[in-house]
Design a protein around this ligand. Structure first.
Ligand code: CA
Length: 232
């Protein structure tokens, strides 16, 4: 195993697990990577799929401006942002719907069996989110314990989404753990003071997730499901 158990220390009594969504609960990042890199490249902003993973969690505008600064030497105008984001969204919507991440339901069932709260903390802004989550993971999540882009002013890597998740659960940071896949999401969770398990479901090196602050890096949700007992 590629992690050290002595790093795995929770100071409080565990009461909740906070889950990121894309790349953790759903295997949706390949679609996002494809859609972003193709849409950007169509507008003359060459974006490799790996860079999509590096910027996962950033707002659309923030992501576009990183590329526009590099290739055009300036921020994109609001109109350009809208055009590129619309193109990305259209491409994304044309792809087959992402499936639940292998192992995610097993992890969730084990957490439910322990009587721990399950919280979703996502930068996604989809109104149909709860329906989609309930269809994929029936009986696991409830609307009171979900944080979406509609709930917060600042997205990841700002800690606000995870602080809001703690607030909704009525607990402190020492009573929770986070499961994340993206560098900016890990930074947000650590800035909120929460122990963070990274599942490396994308193409980035483990080192990138560790440098973002992950307490533990695991290769997959299947791995977390299989080794859950060793952690808790
Ligand atoms: Ca994610």
């Amino acid at each position: 195993m590629n992690f050290e158990l002595n790093n795995f220390e929770l100071t409080g009594r565990l009461r909740a697990v906070l889950f990121d969504m894309d790349g953790v609960l759903f295997d949706s990042m390949p679609n996002h990577a494809y859609a972003w890199s193709h849409a950007m490249t169509d507008f003359g902003l060459k974006m490799e799929p790996e860079e999509v993973y590096m910027n996962e969690g950033r707002t659309g505008k923030g992501t576009i401006n990183i590329l526009s600064q590099r290739f055009w030497g300036r921020d994109a105008t609001d109109e350009e942002v809208q055009q590129i984001y619309d193109a990305k969204s259209a491409l994304f919507d044309s792809l087959p719907e992402a499936q639940p991440m292998p192992g995610a339901m097993e992890v969730l069932k084990k957490i439910r069996a322990r009587g721990l709260m399950r919280v979703i903390v996502t930068g996604s802004a989809t109104h149909a989110l709860l329906d989609r989550v309930n269809a994929a993971f029936p009986g696991i999540f409830s609307p009171e314990l979900m944080v979406t882009a509609f709930d917060v002013k600042h997205g990841k890597p700002n800690p606000e989404p995870y602080l809001m998740g703690l607030q909704k659960a009525g607990i402190g940071p020492e009573e929770a753990i986070v499961v994340e896949n993206a560098p900016l999401g890990i930074q947000a969770a650590r800035a909120a003071g929460i122990f963070t398990i990274a599942v490396n479901t994308g193409p980035l090196k483990d080192e990138v997730l560790r440098e973002a602050g992950a307490n533990v890096v695991l290769p997959s949700m299947l791995h977390l499901a299989a080794h859950w007992q060793e952690f808790f």
